[in-house]
Design a protein around this ligand. Structure first.
Ligand SMILES: *[C@@H]1O[C@H](CO)[C@@H](O)[C@H](O)[C@H]1NC(C)=O
Ligand SMILES: *[C@@H]1O[C@H](CO)[C@@H](O)[C@H](O)[C@H]1NC(C)=O
Ligand SMILES: *[C@@H]1O[C@H](CO)[C@@H](O)[C@H](O)[C@H]1NC(C)=O
Ligand SMILES: *[C@@H]1O[C@H](CO)[C@@H](O)[C@H](O)[C@H]1NC(C)=O
Length: 509
């Protein structure tokens, strides 16, 4: 279904609105974007709305959860010897990467375990049929285990192998799947009992949809999409000094209504609504491909299954991403609200190589231009080690290209102990300089596509926050394309622009 094949009533409504809003829209085309991100809506981020995960059974065993297993008999941790490609041992006194097993969830109780080297733990069927190894590059029946938790102490588990036996730490150097005892006393003398610790979790779209599973996920996600962001939000945004929304979407949206599992259909309908409401309230839309196939950075917000970053490693996967961009542009090219298409969010170097990014940005730009000569094309700078002007050579021959930089006073230790004033000085001095570096005449326009009035300062007052926000608005106001706050709504107050506006921390009008 294309944008222009919507029901007639909607098309007529759109026409009336575009006529009545015509003057306002024209006036705005020369204005810089003052936008808010609609984060956590069409691409799940658990920290933005934790309650979305509440109904998942066994919800601390989601995809990507890192488990560590300490044998109660050896007192030591299970480890994938050499990080993978070899046997499993139980002889490590402390746990780090080789001792972390990432879950792939098959059902509430059934899992695959992925090790550091990306192999899956399994039973060596060619050997004795009971040796435990980490050699398979893809999980099959031999790599599928049940985790049984002790009823009154969920930190104690036993692991049932596909051969019907339990894993046991026979000795520190011998882990086998041949323990028959079906009734465990769960005591410290049982070699099939392990104490688990969780080293890390992900709460993204893969985790929420696969966690609920095919029966519940469609209903839960549709409920979320239709309640988390609603028409009134667009009214609020338009009345509070903002003129645009940046909308993160995931690659699976282009195969709506039947995306590959575990993703569920319906996010495209929500995006259609966002375009209608944007038109009604005179807002521009920046579509932002936040989650690319395979994950471009390994974080939950790019829908990574287990923390792996696999985007861009094959031509097929780059082409698939270009196809998503083309699909989205074609669908909304006729909407007067389509303002910009951001080809990919926060690709992480060195995994997303400059070579692959160059290939992708050229092809993505061409895909947008096939359907729109006016939409801005946004290149997100890479995170990680990179030059902030590395994409300028590609951008130089192209029309209406924008560079997106994300400026947070967070996430790196340099910000850990700064005072209020040091944080503000950093914005005025260092960020001004950063922005100047990427703002050059005849270069791409510049966009601070994510920022927030949050920091590591403890016990900051409301006035401190107001000054911090004001400093950022002043500096980001010089970005030639504009800026976008992260995000509209969030259980963490300072990350919610709605809360910040309603409580007088930020004033834009
Ligand atoms: C653990 O056992 C393996 C297999 O015998 C051995 O190669 C490795 O050196 C041992 N590691 C430690 C820390 O004892
Ligand atoms: C992506 O980058 C890697 C490493 O730079 C390279 O080996 C691979 O061929 C690239 N793939 C594509 C499709 O350009
Ligand atoms: C911040 O302060 C803490 C406590 O004084 C200290 O341990 C830490 O190293 C400091 N971090 C940086 C980046 O200076
Ligand atoms: C910010 O800029 C100042 C002045 O150029 C410099 O001394 C300081 O190290 C910079 N701060 C950080 C955290 O990079």
């Amino acid at each position: 279904m294309a944008f222009n094949s919507w029901p007639l009533s909607i098309v007529l409504l759109s026409c009336v609105l575009s006529i009545s809003l015509g003057r306002k829209m024209t006036a705005q085309t020369s204005t810089r974007v003052k936008a808010v991100n609609l984060g956590g809506w069409l691409v799940t981020e658990g920290w933005i709305k934790p309650s979305l995960f509440d109904g998942i059974p066994n919800k601390d065993f989601l995809d990507g959860t890192g488990l560590r297993f300490k044998s109660v008999t050896t007192g030591k941790y299970l480890s994938a010897e050499k990080g993978g490609g070899s046997i499993i041992v139980a002889n490590r006194t402390s746990a780090s990467s080789w001792e972390t097993f990432k879950l792939w969830r098959i059902s509430e109780t059934t899992f695959n375990f992925r090790v550091y080297g990306k192999q899956f733990v399994g039973i060596d069927v060619k050997g004795h049929g009971k040796d435990v190894v980490a050699v398979a590059s893809a999980p099959g029946v031999s790599e599928t285990f049940d985790i049984i938790r002790k009823p009154d102490d969920s930190s104690r588990v036993r692991i049932k192998a596909p051969n019907g036996f339990f894993l046991q730490a026979k000795t520190e150097e011998l882990v086998t799947a041949d323990y028959a005892g079906s009734n465990s006393g769960w005591g410290d003398d049982d070699p099939s009992v392990f104490v688990i610790t969780i080293s890390g979790t992900l709460q993204g779209e893969f985790q929420v949809t696969n966690g609920y599973g095919p029966k519940l996920a469609p209903q839960v996600m549709r409920e979320h999409w239709s309640t988390f962001i609603v028409e009134e939000d667009f009214d609020f945004i338009s009345k509070n000094g903002l003129n645009a929304v940046r909308i993160p979407v995931g690659w699976w949206i282009s195969s709506d209504p039947n995306p590959p599992p575990p993703y569920v259909g319906g996010s495209l309908q929500a995006l259609d609504n966002a375009f209608l409401w944007s038109q009604k309230y005179g807002l521009k839309v920046i579509i932002d491909l936040h989650a690319a196939p395979g994950s471009q950075n390994g974080w939950e917000h790019s829908a990574s299954r287990d923390g792996s970053q696999e985007w861009g490693q094959t031509d097929a996967n780059i082409q698939q991403t270009v196809d998503v961009i083309e699909f989205l542009t074609a669908r909304y090219a006729k909407s007067p609200s389509l303002y910009a298409v951001e080809l990919i969010n926060e690709p992480l170097s060195p995994g997303a190589s400059l070579h692959n990014m160059t290939t992708f940005y050229k092809a993505g730009y061409a895909a947008v231009r096939k359907h729109s000569s006016t939409a801005f094309v946004v290149f997100s700078n890479r995170l990680g080690p990179m030059k902030p002007t590395e994409f300028f050579p590609i951008a130089s021959g192209l029309m209406r290209v924008v560079i997106d930089v994300h400026y947070y006073n967070l996430f790196v230790s340099a910000f850990d102990n700064l005072t209020v004033q040091q944080n503000i000085d950093f914005i005025h001095t260092n960020r001004t300089q950063d922005l100047n570096t990427v703002t050059i005449s005849n270069g791409p326009l510049t966009f601070v596509g994510e920022w927030v009035a949050e920091w590591n300062v403890k016990d900051a007052t409301k006035e401190d926050y107001q000054r911090f926000a004001k400093a950022q608005l002043e500096v980001w106001g010089r970005a030639t394309f504009g800026w976008a706050y992260w995000t509209l709504r969030n259980v963490n107050n300072h990350w919610s622009l709605e809360w910040m506006i309603k409580n007088g921390y930020i004033k834009l009008t």
